[in-house]
Structure formats: C-alpha cells, structure tokens
Design a protein around this ligand. Structure first.
Ligand code: ZN
Length: 445
C-alpha cells in the first residue's frame, strides 16, 4: 500500500475522506435490495417486482449508476425485440466491518455489499474486572480491529457490532450476556474513535438480517431463527421485516414447557425448553427417570473424568462413559457445559444415557421449532449455531415435528416445514453483523 492510499484509508476511517456517503432514498434502497438479493434485473423486471413505473425505474437506475451503486449494460441481442438494459449492483460500492463479541474475543470481518467476506481478523478483549469486560477497552479493540480490516478494502463505510443479549436503539447494550454489561453505550466510543457510522445489534437479530437478504428470506418473507450454542437465541422476520428487538429476550420460548417430568432449568421450571437445550441449565441436570447414580460424591468424581474426555471430542469419555454408565453421564452434565456434538459422540460409542439426553434435547428442539413456526405462521425455520448439527441429525427432532404436524382424521389441510440448518462459525456471526451494517449504511433500518 502506498503512503497515499494509506492516508486515504486513514481519512475514510476518521471520516474526513471528502466523499460523504449519502443514504439511499426508499425507492433506491428497494431497487438496490432487489439487485443484491435476486441478482441483475432489467428495468422492466424491476418495475414489475417493485410496482413502479418504467419512467421511475429509469430515473432510479440512472441515479444508482451515477452514484456508483449499480452498473448498467445492454443485454445480448435476442432473436426478438430490442436488447434491454440490465442493471447490476456493484459489489464494492460499500464495505462494512462486522464484529461479533463473545465473552473474551472480538471476531471481525469486512464485507462488500453482497455480504462477501473480503478479510477476517480477531483480537482478544480486555480481561474482565469483577465479571465485567471493560467497555472502553472493548470499544478500543473493536476500533483497532476495524482499522486493520479497513486496510484490506478500498473504503470503509460503517461498522456493526453484534453481542448476545439485549440491545436498545442500536447503540446501548442493555444486557450483555457474556460480557457482564448493563446499559453500556458501545456505539458512541467506537464512532468517536473511527468517525464512521456504528450500529450495535443483538447477534441473532443480525443473523436474521443476513438470512433476510442472502438466505431464507430469498424464498420466505416470514421466517424464524433459532440458535443453539452457548445459549438459546431467537429472531423473527415478518413480511420482509426483521424484528430488531424481542419483547422478552426469548424468555417465553426458552422456558416453554416440554415435559412435566423432565429436568429443571435454573429458574426451577420442570422440563422446559432451556432445561433440555441450554448448556448452562444442562450443567446441573441429568435426565430424570433414568437409572440414578448413588452418591453425589460419585457423581462429581465421574463427572470430572467424563467431562474432561468430552472436552476432547469424547474420545476418552466415550470409552470411559460406556463403562461407567449413567453415573458418568449424569456427572458429565454437572461438571462442565455439555455440547451436543459430545453427547452424540458418546452415544455413538455406546453410552445409552448420553443417547437419551441427546434424544430428549432433539425432541425439545422439535417442539420448539413447531411452536415457533405455528406462532409466527411460517413454513421456514432457520436453525443455527454450533450445536444444531448434532441435534438436527438426531431423528427425534424430525419425528417430533412430524407428529406435531400430523392431521386429525377429518382434517384436510397439510403443512410442511422447511428446516434450514446452518452450523455457524464466529466468522459467520461476524458476517451477520456486517450484513446488518450494510443494510444500515444503505439507508435501510
Ligand atoms: Zn425454564
């Protein structure tokens, strides 16, 4: 990079680029969104899809081409009729950094308008002090990460940060689940450091926005997102609009009852969704009704062995568990966060208790998916997160959904649910934030 371009990057980063980016008008955004989501289109196609006149489409196309957002070229001549102008979005017209914060790391990506990842980077967050990651230090880490990623693209137009928890006004982290935050303004200090527009968003809401443009939203205007990983997460898209904030941080769904004889969650509900699917809840519970272990000392001892093995993808544990039986897997649930991949592996190695726990969790997820689909009135639910693959592979999930959909003897209406499973890496989560950021800098919501 030459010193001139380095200075330009710096100028853009600090907001003194001399190239003010204006947001798009509602109509321009509608056209751009169509081009990004559905690909190149003729003016006629755009007019038909967006219900705007040919004259308006032509004016919008010109404005977008002049603004560098789109390019227009003549379609190759066809046998009949005149060649038509085809409008295509310019991928590099905008770039946004997306950053996902976990409890200890900032995972960053920089994406173009199509959400294509151009570069990735990560940085450690400051050590927590009394259970709280210092917000000012975290803001500095994000700004530095954005600066690093900015050097990989011609210009940078904005930053979007996603966190698990409750976010208000796309600025304030009301409740940062893994960061120990309460009412932390994260956007302002990053804006001050970078001079760029910054939004902060819930991580699952950002994922829903990504899916809205580049995933399930291409074929479904209404869909739900359920994530299973470090915690349970939910998001909803209704008629093409992603809900920015949940009314309950997902509480109503996470604690919906599944089985009155089931294990308890940390809130004391017996057999609720969280008791089966939240790692933190599963830590202290083993499925009830299974042959029980004798003593708590034995449980703790077995737990240490089993959980250590599970942490290493169950290689040690699966053998040990098969011998130790129910004692070990109950202790395993007690001693460390359970991963469903670990349970699946132990189950495959012959541990029946692990198999039962996985089946019970898959059944709970099936009920959860059915409830989300029914309440949202959608035929599409996106399952995401590092733990969903093992759960979705267990037959109990599909069987539960099929049973919930099974019509009665005189019912004629049939419904089929499309379940999209996307195990996510932290880079994928960061990309979700970047796409939410792209929508923001384009002048959307
Ligand atoms: Zn509960």
């Amino acid at each position: 990079m030459t010193s001139v371009t380095r200075r330009l990057v710096h100028m853009v980063m600090t907001g003194r680029s001399g190239r003010p980016r204006r947001g798009l008008s509602a109509a321009e955004l509608a056209v751009t969104r169509h081009l990004l989501v559905h690909g190149p289109a003729t003016r006629q196609d755009l007019g038909d899809h967006l219900n705007i006149s040919y004259a308006s489409t032509s004016r919008l196309a010109r404005a977008l081409v002049d603004g560098g957002m789109a390019s227009e070229a003549l379609e190759p001549e066809t046998a009949i009729g005149r060649p038509r102008q085809v409008l295509t979005a310019v991928p590099g017209a905008r770039h946004v950094v997306g950053c996902k914060l976990t409890g200890d790391t900032a995972f960053g990506v920089v994406c173009d308008m199509f959400g294509e990842v151009k570069a990735t980077a990560r940085a450690a967050l400051p050590e927590p002090a009394e259970g709280t990651v210092p917000p000012a230090g975290a803001a500095k880490v994000v700004a530095q990460l954005a600066g690093k990623l900015a050097r990989r693209v011609p210009t940078l137009d904005g930053i979007a940060v996603s966190v698990g928890g409750v976010v208000a006004d796309r600025t304030i982290v009301r409740e940062g689940t893994f960061l120990g935050w309460r009412d932390v303004d994260l956007a302002t200090p990053i804006e001050q450091r970078t001079g760029l527009p910054v939004i902060v968003t819930n991580d699952v809401a950002a994922l829903a926005r990504e899916q809205l443009w580049f995933g399930a939203g291409r074929t479904h205007s209404t869909f739900g997102v359920v994530t299973v990983g470090a915690g349970l997460g939910f998001a909803a898209v209704r008629e093409g609009i992603a809900a920015e904030q949940l009314i309950d941080n997902g509480h109503l769904l996470a604690h919906a009852p599944i089985d009155p004889r089931g294990p308890r969650c940390r809130l004391g509900h017996r057999g609720c969704v969280s008791a089966y699917l939240n790692r933190e809840d599963m830590r202290g519970s083993a499925p009830e009704g299974a042959p029980g272990p004798a003593t708590s000392a034995g449980l703790a001892e077995a737990g240490r062995v089993a959980s250590a093995g599970l942490a290493e993808a169950g290689r040690v544990a699966s053998a040990g568990l098969a011998e130790a039986g129910p004692v070990a897997s109950a202790g395993l649930a007690e001693a460390s966060p359970v991963t469903f991949a670990g349970l699946a592996e132990a189950s495959r190695a012959g541990n029946e208790r692990a198999g039962r726990q996985l089946t019970a969790a898959a059944r709970a997820l099936g009920h959860l998916v059915a409830t989300v689909a029914g309440a949202l009135q959608t035929t599409c639910v996106v399952l995401a997160g590092e733990d969903v693959a093992a759960l979705a592979a267990a037959p109990a999930m599909r069987q539960t959904i099929d049973d919930r959909l099974r019509p009665g003897p005189y019912e004629v209406q049939r419904c089929a649910l499309e379940i999209v499973t996307t195990p996510l890496t932290f880079t994928d989560w960061a990309r979700g934030a970047a796409v939410a950021g792209i929508q923001h800098v384009l002048g959307g919501v």
